[in-house]
Design a protein around this ligand. Structure first.
Ligand code: NDP
Ligand code: MG
Length: 375
């Protein structure tokens, strides 16, 4: 799911190398890209969330054996079609319903789509637990934690999870400088080439805040046991500190094909096209604390997961809306944390919620933010 995006394309490369059969492919509106993928990978099903584009795709690939479905329901039908593994690399909480559909069908989940887990929380983890479905992380930090946890025999042995962060393109800047940065500046990530939304999230450090929540959800640890460490080189992908103060980390050159492949072949490892890590070439690896004052999004997310309930979903929706408005040139970079911080205070305080509650809250927050900006 999300096969035409940055992770989706790399996942198809890995699948091809490993001889993994592709059962279904989905995207939003990228007809050209998905048509090419359909011709190459010959899936049984494909879907575009955009109905008009899906109709166009249907005509274009009528000569193939691929059945084309349309709309969000079509994407969910693909997700729930019972493949062994569903790799979800949809961007944003549009990936939530498909994730639930895949879990419901009993498919193993390889998850890049962190927003679905942040917003859905217990709805997703609870459904997976009940179905006995594994959620394997694709996000590099969480894959690193997962790899560093292999062999851990009891949760009580884990003292801390330490997520590394590159610091993004604006590392070292102060608030005044941040108010002047442009979209082009924000899209220039120092170590990774990624989709536009997550690139902006990396620049605001919201990505690390979302990842903090993602870690709490995936590894079932309290937020106080998840720390963030700035590591500019993105070679140490994350670490686990154990009760005896031994620290185990996973390292590698920054290339998503390692975590993608591990999620698809776990618990086995196979050769990969990714370059070998030669530490002597890197020479120096550096570590420091984040500047929480200049980049407040991490602490906004930490507060949201500490409060629980719908607060993480509210923060995620506010960020999706603000991130999009920034990419459309309608607000400044520094408006993003301000908008997200405001909305973070306003979520209804409840422990019990349904998928409908999350979707309703999402619509409410998006329209509130858009109305405010238009005026
Ligand atoms: P991209 O923007 O490159 O790709 C997004 C994909 O999702 C595209 O295939 C897009 O289709 C599809 N999509 C967008 N909106 C919808 C929708 N409403 N319904 C169905 N499909 C939709 O994003 P990335 O690949 O960079 O990121 C994907 C996810 O992985 C995000 O959650 C991100 O946080 C996470 N991630 C990404 C990393 C990276 O290196 N890129 C690293 C770690 C995590 P279309 O092409 O038609 O628009
Ligand atoms: Mg990451």
């Amino acid at each position: 799911m999300g096969s035409t995006g940055s992770i989706g394309k790399q996942a198809l490369d890995v699948a091809k190398l490993r001889g993994i059969e592709i059962f279904a492919l989905t995207a939003n509106s990228g007809v050209d890209a998905i048509e090419k993928q359909i011709r190459e990978h010959k899936p049984r099903l494909a879907a575009l969330a955009d109905c008009k584009k899906a109709a166009e795709l249907k005509i274009r690939v009528a000569d193939t054996g691929t059945r084309v479905l349309s709309g969000e329901d079509g994407v969910c039908e693909c997700a729930g079609s019972g493949a062994d593994t569903v790799l979800n690399s949809i961007v944003g909480m549009a990936g939530l319903r498909p994730t639930l559909a895949a879990i419901d069908a009993g498919s193993e989940i390889a998850l890049a789509n962190k927003e679905a887990l942040v917003a859905g929380g217990e709805l997703v983890t609870g459904a997976a637990r009940r179905k006995g479905v594994r959620i394997l992380p694709v996000d590099s930090e969480h894959s690193a934690v997962f790899q560093s946890l292999q062999g851990c025999s009891a949760a009580a042995e884990i003292k801390r999870i330490i997520l590394t962060a590159s610091g993004g393109p604006f590392f070292g800047m102060k608030k005044e400088e941040l108010s002047k940065v442009t979209l082009a500046d924000a899209l220039k990530h120092p170590n990774w080439s990624m989709g536009a939304k997550i690139s902006v999230d990396s620049a605001t450090m919201m990505n690390k805040g979302l990842e903090l929540i993602e870690a709490v959800r995936l590894f079932d640890v309290p937020p106080s046991q998840v720390d963030i460490l700035i590591h500019r080189q993105s070679v140490v992908h994350s670490l686990v500190e154990y009760s005896d103060n031994s620290v185990i980390a996973q390292l590698g050159v920054p290339d998503m094909r390692i975590p993608i492949q591990y999620a698809l072949t776990y618990p086995h490892r196979y050769p990969s096209p990714v370059r070998q890590l030669k530490l002597e070439e890197w020479g120096k690896l550096t570590f420091e604390s984040p500047d929480y004052d200049t980049f407040p999004c991490i602490n906004i997310c930490r507060a949201a997961i500490e409060k629980g309930g719908l607060f993480p979903a509210a923060v995620n929706s506010a960020n999706e809306a603000a991130n999009e408005l920034f990419r459309q040139g309608k607000i400044g970079f520094s408006d993003i944390p301000m908008i997200v911080g405001e909305e973070a205070e306003r979520a209804p305080n409840t422990d019990a919620f349904t998928l409908e509650d999350i979707l309703l809250l999402d619509r409410l927050i998006r329209s509130r933010i858009k109305n405010k900006v238009v005026r």
